[in-house]
Structures are given as C-alpha cells and as structure tokens.
Design a protein around this ligand. Structure first.
Ligand code: PHE
Length: 366
C-alpha cells in the first residue's frame, strides 16, 4: 500500500507549495490509496488508511494543524480546501468500512469447503395428495397389473351415452334413481350420472377384446352424509368371446383382495341394472367389524359398494356389436366410498370440504 504515517508526516512538514495545493495533493494520494485498499480487500487495510489520513499523526490532521500558522489572507481558501478534503475522506472511509463487511463474508465462504451432503432445508411443508387421488391411483394400479387399460370419457355427455344406449330409453323408471343436471334439454346434454357412459364411447371407438378401467366424476341430485351431488366412480369392463359371470366374480374378488388385503371377502347379490343381465349388487365384507356385524354395516356384516353384471345384449345392439359373438361383464363402484372404507372416514362430505386439518393426515407420496 502506498500510504504510511511517515509519508504523511513528511508531506505535512516538508512538502512545498501552499496549504491548498498540499490539500489537493493529499486528495490525489488518498484516491490511489483507496484503490490499493480495495484491491487488497483487507478490513485492517481500511483501518490503517483511516489512521494515516485522519489519525492523530495523519496527513489531514497535520494540514489542520498547519492552518494555525497560515497567513491571514491564505487562511480562508486553505481552510476550505482542507475541510472539503477531510469530509470527502471521511465519507470514503465510511463506504470502505461497509464494503469490508462483505469482504469478510466472502473470505469466510471461500475458506469453507462446500459440503454437498448438507440438507438444503430441514423440513419444508409440501402439502399432500387428496385421499381420493390416493385411492384412485391405487385402484388404477391394481387394474393395470391385471392387464386393464385406463380409458377416459366426457363428464358432460349426451343422453344417448348416459341413458338410452344403456338400455334406459326415455321414460324408463330406472332414470328416476339417477336424476341429474341437464345442460340443455333440446340437445339432450347432461352431466353424466355414472361412468357407464364410457362403455359406449369405448365400444364405438375400439374393437374387442377389451379390458378397460375408466375413472371419473359423476353427478346426481343427491346430498346427505353418504351422498354428494358430485362424486367419483370407477367402471371396469371386459369384452371378448366367451367371457362369463365367473370371470367377473374372480376379477372383482382379486381386485378387492389386492386393495383391502387377502382376507377381504366379496359377495354378489342379485339386483337390477338396465344395462346388465344378469345383474348384481357388489358387497364388501365390513371393514370395521370384519363381518361380525356393527353400526357401520347395520349389523349385516356387509357393505354395498357398487353394481355389476353381464353386459345386456341391447347395449351391444345399440352400438352395432354382434351380441351372439361377444359377451362381456361390467362393474362400477364409488371411489369416494372406497376411500371412506380404506381410511375409515365417517362422513363422505369431508372429502370435498378442503379442510387442511383433515387433508394433512394423508401421506405426501405413494
Ligand atoms: N353404473 C351403475 C351405477 O352407477 C353401476 C354399474 C356399473 C352397475 C356396471 C352394473 C354394471 O349405479
């Protein structure tokens, strides 16, 4: 570094020229010393610089002392020059002190070896997957393992796909059980009441053999602790030559055992759905009492989760399939209902209220 106490002292006692000229020369020297201090990035260097100009034996202090012996006529100009110099040096030193803080941090960082094994953050809350999403992923995963393909269909659909092609012509009493929301009566557009509409879309677009699983939102005019106007269903169907009721029973049983454990039992009860024949109600052994009988299963030991049956020949006819050559089975059940049973929830509506307290109980990853 250029500056030193000696050079300061020598300048103040020996340097030629007027005081004002010496002040200017000291300013020029200071500018050079500041550049040198910045290059060194040393906080101690800044302190040394301050002492060499503003300290007791510093250059500026010497100039101020010399003012006293200065002639009267030179004093105003010299006083002004020295004061301006002093103020600008003080300002510059303050700025350098600020920079010195950053030099210290940078030096520390440079001296610390980078540990790439350090965790980025100890724990950042990340939200979680919705229970309906969790169970839907699990359901589709099990179906994929059994060789099914996932298929999608529209939530807003024509009457043809949701009702009439499924053997529910206009005025059929079965429509009363699935009252829905109509978008436009003239165009027969409505919110689908079940995922069975996907059977029709798929039959019209693909060729058998078919092994399809189709999840989605469905809508009905319903609202109480076990029914919401919007809910989720999964439809599964298999169509090929020689498909029988036994295939259906085996598939349903294998699927439920995969989701609920190998001790899970399933039961089919004869029932009516216009688009299947024969048709059955699909029951699951009560998850709460394992079949002994409790409040949840109303002492029956069984819980109703969906419907199933062999696809009705009228459905095949509606889409121009040869119902002598092909047979198939279909079953459908509520995804939300499965989530309730698997996660032991009492009220279906909690699934759609979006409460953080409730949703925080579910795992982030599956
Ligand atoms: N779609 C029927 C419902 O929502 C369930 C079902 C699907 C029944 C497939 C039989 C076959 O009630």
């Amino acid at each position: 570094m250029q500056h030193s106490d000696q050079s300061g002292k020598q300048q103040s006692s020996q340097a030629p020229g007027s005081l004002a000229e010496r002040a200017v020369a000291a300013g020029v020297a200071f500018t050079k010393d500041v550049a040198a201090a910045r290059a060194l990035r040393s906080p101690e260097g800044v302190e040394a610089l301050r002492l060499s100009y503003l300290g007791r034996k510093g250059q500026v202090t010497a100039l101020l002392e010399d003012l006293r012996t200065c002639s009267k006529e030179d004093r105003p100009a010299a006083g002004k020059a020295v004061n301006v110099l002093k103020q600008s040096i003080e300002r510059e030193i303050e700025a350098l002190k600020g920079e010195a803080g950053a030099w210290l941090v940078a030096a520390k960082l440079a001296a610390t070896p980078l540990d790439i094994h350090l965790p980025v953050e100890p724990w950042v809350p990340q939200g979680s997957l919705h229970p309906v999403t969790l169970i839907r992923r699990e359901i589709l995963g099990e179906f994929r393992r059994m060789g099914f393909t996932v298929y999608d269909g529209p939530e807003i659909d024509y009457d043809f796909y949701n009702f009439s092609s499924l053997n529910m012509p206009a005025d059929h009493p079965a429509r009363d059980m699935q009252d829905t929301f109509y978008i436009s009566e003239q165009e027969h557009l409505l919110l689908r009441t079940h995922t069975s509409n996907i059977q029709i879309h798929c039959l019209l677009n693909e060729k058998p053999p078919l092994r399809i699983v189709a999840p989605g939102r469905v809508f009905r005019v319903d609202s109480d602790p076990t029914h919401t106007p919007m809910f989720h269903q999964v439809e599964a169907f298999v169509i090929d030559r020689g498909i029988t009721f036994a295939h259906m029973k085996g598939t349903i049983d294998a699927f439920m055992k995969a989701v609920f454990g190998s001790s899970m039992k399933t039961r089919l009860r004869p029932s009516f759905f216009p688009f299947v024949e024969p048709g059955a109600e699909l029951d699951l052994q009560c998850v709460h009492c394992s079949g002994k009988g409790c409040r949840l299963c109303k002492q029956t030991g069984w819980l109703e989760v969906g419907g199933c049956g062999m696809i009705h020949p009228n459905v095949f006819e509606a889409v121009d399939y040869d119902s002598d050559a092909y047979t198939g089975f279909a079953f459908g059940f509520g995804i939300d209902r499965m989530a309730m049973l698997k996660y032991k929830l009492d009220d279906l509506r909690t699934l759609f209220e979006g409460s953080h307290d409730f949703l925080g109980h579910f795992p982030i990853f599956t």
